[in-house]
Design a protein around this ligand. Structure first.
Ligand code: HEM
Length: 496
């Protein structure tokens, strides 16, 4: 069957028809975890069927000296796991930490908190008996300003929200791994393609573009398909969409495009939709948007599932090999589940019944061990070939027909692990087209040039300062050494 490799992803054994065997094993394992979790939940409910100290909320003596709350220590860490795929580790997520510990083994395990059965504390680690009743003068108040437990709890709550992304605010993420089919050294020295079977951990976020953070999943819209590769030569972000072309050719027009498609300024409507005057006004003045509009108005614009979408890097990129020779390249993700869409009537009904349709589908598929998979294909071509095309390869409103440049499959990506915490991982993840590694380079596409600037710039506001690369989901597995220092929320304790 399959063994775990260094990075924690399954190593396929093609000679034994491995894919099916691995998948079956994963499903069995996930089912075991489901049963374990259900049994542990039953045990916990039986151990604490009601709040036995509730009555002690009352009365003078209890107010003066509140009794400690009752806790039950679960036998298994499965119970407090936020995802059943906790066991499906990658080098980024690490293995499941033993209950109650934050093992410093892998980058996210270091920060995973398991409070099951642990006593309550303040943020300063001071044990407390009661965070349900504020401190009062006598039983009827007034409430005292010196109740630091009350003020800490409310102050933290007051600051729980961060700005949503200016575009792609609504999204869902998952962990997984990329596996190279073969060495790509002829074209690129990029770490994920170094040798056959090489595994690189990834985090992927799928999104809609126009809607706000709480908008429906089934909007007619382009979908974001952003992949962060935690390579051993640093992070590489392939920040793509589910359509191969874009509305505009020049980054300078992007703010105008987004202002036009977002809700109109006077009444804030419509939400997550392009069927309104400002958008069509923009489109009518920008004939280069016609190609992408054809995609947007097709059935492709309402995917059946995030698992059933293609992904495209859109721009022409460069691959660079060990000798410094470069070729042009376009990136394409192809879902093994097939590419499927909803029709408009289905989408309209579903959006009312379940606005979280795509989020739920991705989460549940992964929880049940039905791990979605994509194949990465490259269109590789030379500058000389590009010169001969009847269109400009630096123009993101054009695609390159496969009849001209066929696809070369180079690897597969499997998403096998749900995040532990939506905010910590999916909300705080920060992708950027400027995050490239040796072996991957930019072309002179003027849209790409604007993006290289835009992402980190916006994230400085969204994530509050210049140190968001230290947030665990963003930090590379490769070590970081440089002379950058200080700034808001700096975590690193630089010596010397
Ligand atoms: C000049 C053109 C563009 C600019 C200035 C731009 C800018 C932005 C900004 C500011 C964000 C929010 C980032 C954050 O807060 O973390 C974003 C998100 C995103 N953009 Fe673009 N964008 C452009 C074009 C594109 C194109 C052509 C694609 C696809 C090929 C794309 C794909 C994405 C994706 C997938 C996200 C969401 C990333 C995530 O899941 O966090 N963008 N973009």
């Amino acid at each position: 069957m399959s063994s775990k490799n260094k990075a924690g992803g399954p190593s396929p054994d093609k000679s034994k028809g491995d894919k099916t065997a691995t998948d079956t094993q994963a499903v069995l394992k996930t089912n075991d975890i489901v049963i374990l979790q259900a049994m542990a939940t039953d045990d916990l409910v039986a151990a604490l069927p009601f709040n036995p100290i509730k009555a002690l909320d009352q009365g003078h003596d209890n107010a003066i000296s509140p009794p400690p709350g009752k806790t039950v220590k679960p036998d298994s860490s499965e119970l407090t796991a936020s995802t059943r795929t906790e066991e499906a580790g990658t080098a980024k997520t690490g293995r499941a930490a033993p209950a109650g510990t934050n093992a410093t083994v892998a980058s996210l395990e270091r920060v995973r908190v398991d409070a099951g059965g642990e006593p309550l504390t303040t943020n300063q680690g001071v044990r407390i008996a009661d965070n349900q009743n504020s401190l009062k003068v006598g039983l009827r108040g007034p409430t005292l300003l010196e109740d630091f437990i009350l003020r800490e709890k409310i102050t933290h709550f007051d600051h729980e929200r961060i700005p949503e992304r200016i575009v792609h605010a609504r999204g869902s993420g998952a962990h997984g791994y990329f596996e190279a089919y073969d060495s790509l050294s002829k074209y690129s020295r990029a770490a994920p393609f170094a040798r056959k079977g090489k595994i690189t951990p990834v985090f992927v976020r799928f999104s809609t573009v126009a809607g706000e953070r709480g908008s429906k999943d089934t909007a007619r819209d382009i979908r974001g398909f952003a992949v962060k590769f935690y390579t051993d030569e640093g992070n590489w972000d392939l920040v793509g969409n589910n359509m191969p072309v874009f509305f505009i050719q020049d980054a300078m027009k992007f703010p105008d495009l987004v202002h036009a498609v977002k809700p109109e300024p006077h009444h804030g409507m419509p939400q997550a939709a392009s069927a309104h005057d400002t958008f069509w006004d923009f489109a009518s003045l920008m004939p280069e948007s016609t190609h992408t509009l054809m995609w947007l108005m097709s059935d492709r614009a309402i995917p059946r599932s995030y698992r059933m979408m293609q992904g495209f890097g859109v721009h022409t990129f460069r691959l660079v090999n060990e000798s410094g020779e470069s070729v042009f390249c376009k990136f394409h993700w192809k879902p093994k589940q097939g590419t499927h869409s909803l029709v408009w009537d289905e989408a309209v009904k579903i959006s009312g019944a379940d606005p979280d349709f795509h989020r739920r589908d991705l989460w549940e598929a992964i929880e049940s061990g039905e791990f979605p998979e994509w194949e990465l294909g490259l269109q590789i071509f030379t500058e000389e070939q590009a010169e001969g095309f009847s269109f400009d390869v630096l123009d993101s409103t054009k695609l390159i027909p496969e009849e001209l440049v066929p696809m070369t499959p180079v690897g597969r990506m499997v998403l096998n692990r749900n995040p532990d915490n939506f905010f910590a991982e999916t909300e705080q993840v920060a992708f950027c087209t400027a995050h490239v590694i040796p072996g991957i380079d930019f072309s002179n596409d003027p849209l790409l040039a604007g993006r290289i600037h835009s992402y980190v710039d916006t994230q400085i506001t969204r994530l509050g300062g210049a140190n968001f690369h230290e947030i665990p989901i963003n930090s590379p597995l490769a070590t970081v050494q440089n002379n950058q220092r200080d700034g808001i929320h700096r975590q690193g304790v630089n010596r010397g």
